[in-house]
Design a protein around this ligand. Structure first.
Ligand code: ASP
Length: 436
């Protein structure tokens, strides 16, 4: 019964956190495979190790000295080593790396991956586990995607049933051996891949909050956490900004139905959140509220549009040509709204409007900017008119005008568009009505 246990940077920010990690790992012998992020922030103003390494890479690129920053990195690793009484020569390996940086041309991804590498080496010695380098087991294809078959073969060979290992997250290697990073926050993905390839019973993801919070804590004071989410609910929440897990985490494990358990390293007794499609009997009204600002809606008007075969395809092809992802498509009889994220627009708006008018022979294209989209997620929304009524009552009571409504055919979420200035009041009103 293998548990793959991943610790994020906040669980490994300094020596005291390492001690908590050791207690957690030691408290269940099934925690045989541990995946780690690089040292995280010790307090709010602190830097994450990965950010420091990216900064070093930028200094090297611009030919600027980086001595002081390098000293900070070395000091942080040495403090962990000394405080925990470890023998691993982290200073020596860091010095070798520094020499290499000044002599060879820089492989930026390799440099940045060293945050996870050194952290994993220290954790491995501290736990008494073997260090298993991610470059030897997480296999990328030349096109930059993970080769799951090769990864599984390598992992299964490297981790026999009685082996206990620590694997650095966030990177793997191309067939050439060159290191390749995942996107930021990608250690979550490493953990999920390892859990799926080794057929784990559970994938634990230890962080600094007691589970998935039902709203953004920067907006709602002390939001409650949710006991259980389905994979789909988690995807909807992450896509719209909830930041507990990297949004790609579920893909490797969903088809195997391996539950993800989000736990708090600083409060291991707290129940946390279980993500699984099994009904664990946690009745809850909704699973969470999340959202993002700065969307743009373009409404294309053309009389008799609904009888014009292929109109929507031609409209969408124009967005594709402008490399714009379409988020929502509310339609009327002779108009269609196309909602996109404003961040991808890059000064193309006038050009886009002009092209839509000309190529579609549209009567008019009306642009509305500064829209926020808020998603209310929960399987209990399915067919529940009471809940739907509560959503609009909450907004009406706070005098918030709704600019757009979208509900997926699965009804697991409802998306409401409001003006950017109504974003915070809307989330607050919805939380108060639906959760507290
Ligand atoms: N250390 C990497 C980052 O900060 C990866 C991770 O933490 O998951 O993005």
């Amino acid at each position: 019964m293998l548990i793959v246990t991943k610790f994020g940077g906040s669980s490994l920010s300094w020596e005291a956190q390492f001690k908590k990690v050791k207690n957690i790992v030691a408290s269940d012998p099934n925690r045989r495979v541990v995946v780690v992020s690089a040292l995280g922030r010790r307090q709010k103003e602190d830097n994450k190790m990965t950010d420091l390494l990216y900064l070093i890479a930028a200094h090297i690129r611009y030919g600027v000295t980086y001595d002081a920053m390098w000293e900070t990195i070395v000091a942080r690793f040495i403090a962990v080593k000394e405080e925990l009484g470890l023998s691993y020569d982290v200073a020596g390996e860091l010095e070798e790396l520094r020499q290499d940086l000044s002599q060879k041309s820089l492989n930026e991804e390799f440099l940045v991956s060293r945050g996870e590498y050194f952290t994993a080496k220290l954790v491995a010695e501290y736990l008494g586990y073997q260090f298993l380098d991610a470059k030897d087991v997480i296999a990328f294809q030349p096109n930059g995607t993970v080769d799951l078959t090769a990864t599984q073969t390598k992992l299964q060979a490297a981790v026999p049933d009685d082996e206990r290992v620590v694997i650095p997250g966030f990177y793997g290697a191309f067939p050439s051996g060159a290191v390749k990073l995942f996107n930021r926050g990608g250690s979550d993905i490493t953990g999920a891949i390892v859990a799926s390839c080794l057929g784990a019973k559970t994938y634990e993801n230890w962080t600094d909050v007691s589970g998935v919070l039902m709203a953004d804590p920067r907006i709602i004071d002390n939001p409650v956490s949710v006991a259980q989410l389905s994979y789909e609910e988690l995807s909807e929440l992450s896509y719209m900004g909830a930041s507990v897990l990297h949004e790609e985490t579920i893909y490797p494990i969903r088809s195997l139905n391996i539950p993800i358990h989000i736990k708090n390293t600083n409060d291991p007794a707290a129940a946390g959140t279980v993500i699984s499609d099994e009904d664990l009997g946690h009745p809850q009204r909704i699973s969470g509220i999340s959202g993002k600002k700065d969307f743009v809606s373009l409404t294309i008007y053309k009389s008799q549009m609904s009888t014009e075969l292929g109109f929507l395809r031609r409209a969408l092809a124009i967005f594709e040509r402008f490399k714009l992802n379409v988020e929502h498509l509310p339609t009327g009889i002779d108009h269609v709204g196309i909602v996109i994220s404003g961040s991808g627009l890059n000064n193309q708006l006038d050009d886009l409007v002009q092209t839509l008018k000309e190529e579609l022979n549209a009567d008019e294209v009306v642009v509305k900017k500064d829209i926020s989209l808020i998603t209310i997620v929960g399987a209990s929304l399915i067919g529940c008119s009471q809940l739907t009524a509560s959503i609009f009552t909450a907004l009406a009571k706070s005098n918030i005008g709704v600019q757009l409504i979208a509900q997926s055919p699965r009804e697991v979420n409802m998306i409401i568009g409001v003006a950017n200035e109504d974003y915070l009041p809307a989330i607050t009103a919805l939380y108060e009505e639906l959760v507290s």
